[in-house]
Design a protein around this ligand. Structure first.
Ligand code: PLP
Length: 458
């Protein structure tokens, strides 16, 4: 234990003399053997695993341990999930207690669920006060879509290029279609429009900065001419996670709120990835003072326990009644205990502030990388949601696709567990990370980028 910025005893201390600790070159022999056994039967791996097939045994705070005894600094939080670090003692204790008390009572009222909904109504902005719980981000997005339809009596939905909202038909219909190959990739009534990306703007003002108004004008035109006039809602990520930590301009969501209000369309925001301290707020939308009509919460919501949520504003609460909202696991006592304990930890340990601080520190450090490395085109962070975009040429911004996987592997081999995404490097460290550990991880990325430049002759 060490003392944290708030002056409290801090559980997630990492001794940088000892971690990262690569006892054998990774993936080591035990990892390789176990991976081979497992993948004889377990199929369909993500790029994260395929590019670095290591077998993890345990995790504590900001450290992951593989079966060969190698210890890694964690810049992945699983996949944006364990925001409070691995096995936070308070979350673990709450789940253990619930597991020994009552594991499932369908959607009957329980004491822990009552506490959780009251807590959510207290911490979420505006009149977001109607809740239902699910077991994955995808099922929450599906339920959110049903609420959208029930609340408006309309069926069309609009999302943005490069969005990701899960892998069921409804989720895929809202997403970047090449990410998942099904038969017909998008259900009827789903539309996609360009999204303002400050690094790669489609429309700019005379001074070269992004012109958000042009996007909004295009959406108005599209509503009129590209849809059947039956649009229930826009469904948007606040920051695109899978798209590569893509930040919107600050005026985008306030303008979207106005656009939706003007046209009687609901604003559904998918905060599965961005909620619960990941960006330094409970909801990322709080950065722009915008209250969505419907919002999905996931990943860090239960800090690893599969629990997600659809939250709606007061006028839409009754719409849950007409969508057959309940599910087998949604809101079970263990899930509610994990979510409630996670919120309490965020409150008690001031983790929204901590996440904001880490994001600012990372931005400063990454700005240095941008200045020094010819292939670093852009760096971004909001709280502990971070990205580095690799380009062939800073002027043309042409993506350097080949480099992402190389940098990922090199840094992983040094002892940094993280997330690949083509030419955009993505980082989601636990928000409980100490400054020195964050900086150490960024140093490892910096080194890996330098080595990659040499290898590619850049
Ligand atoms: C914005 C967003 N929505 C939905 C999902 C799907 O969540 P899950 O994988 O828990 O089904 C994800 C997963 O990455 C996501 O990032």
């Amino acid at each position: 234990m060490t003392t944290f910025a708030s002056g409290k005893e801090y559980w997630a201390h990492v001794d940088l003399e000892k971690v990262p600790n690569m006892k054998v070159a990774a993936p080591g022999p035990k990892s390789k053997a176990m991976h081979e056994r497992c993948t004889t039967y377990f199929k369909g791996l993500s790029g994260q695993v395929k590019l670095f097939p290591v077998a993890f045994e345990s995790g504590s705070g900001c450290v992951l341990r593989d079966v060969d005894g190698n210890e890694y600094i964690d810049f992945s939080s699983g996949i944006y999930v364990t925001t409070l670090g691995h096995c936070h003692p308070k979350v673990t204790e709450a789940i253990q207690k619930a597991a020994g008390t009552l594991q499932n009572a369908h959607d009957f009222t329980t004491p822990i669920k009552t506490q959780l909904v009251e807590k959510l109504a207290e911490i979420l902005p505006g009149d977001l006060s109607g809740f239902q719980f699910y077991d994955s981000g995808t099922t929450a997005v599906e339920a959110g879509q049903r609420v959208l339809r029930a609340a408006t009596g309309k069926h069309e939905m609009i999302s943005c290029f490069y969005d990701y909202h899960g892998k069921t038909y409804g989720g895929v219909s809202l997403g970047h279609i090449r990410s998942t190959v099904y038969g017909p990739t998008r259900a009827p009534g789903f539309h996609m429009v360009p999204r303002p990306d400050t690094y790669r703007p489609m429309w700019t003002k005379a001074d070269g900065t992004i012109d958000t108004d042009k996007y909004i004008e295009f959406y108005e035109e599209y509503l009129d001419k590209g849809t059947a006039g039956q649009v229930a809602g826009f469904v948007l990520e606040p920051i695109q996670g899978w798209g590569g930590s893509v930040m919107p301009p600050d005026d985008f969501f306030p303008k979207m709120r106005k656009l939706c209000d003007k046209h009687g369309i609901l604003l559904m925001i998918d905060e599965v990835l961005t909620s619960m301290a990941r960006t330094g707020k409970y909801l990322c939308m709080e950065h722009w003072d915008v209250v969505p009509d419907i919002v999905t919460l996931g990943k860090g919501f239960g800090n690893g326990f599969p629990v997600t949520c659809v939250a709606v504003r007061e006028p839409y609460k009754e719409s849950f009644e007409s969508i057959s909202a309940s599910s087998s696991y949604g809101g079970n006592p263990m899930a509610c205990a994990a979510a409630l304990a996670s919120i309490e930890v965020i409150e008690d340990e001031n983790l929204n502030e901590r996440s904001t601080h880490l994001g600012e520190l990372a931005l400063k450090r990454m700005a240095k990388m941008k200045a020094e490395h010819p292939i670093v085109g852009d760096v971004r962070a909001k709280g502990c949601l971070m990205g580095i975009e690799l380009v062939k040429d800073k002027a043309t911004k042409e993506p350097l696709e080949a480099a992402g996987a190389i940098v990922y592997r090199k840094a992983f081999a040094k002892g940094l567990a993280w997330i690949p995404a083509g030419h955009i490097l993505r980082m989601s460290p636990p928000v409980v990370m100490e400054d020195e550990v964050l900086l150490k991880g960024l140093d490892m990325i910096d080194e890996a980028i330098g080595e990659t430049e040499k290898e590619l002759g850049m």
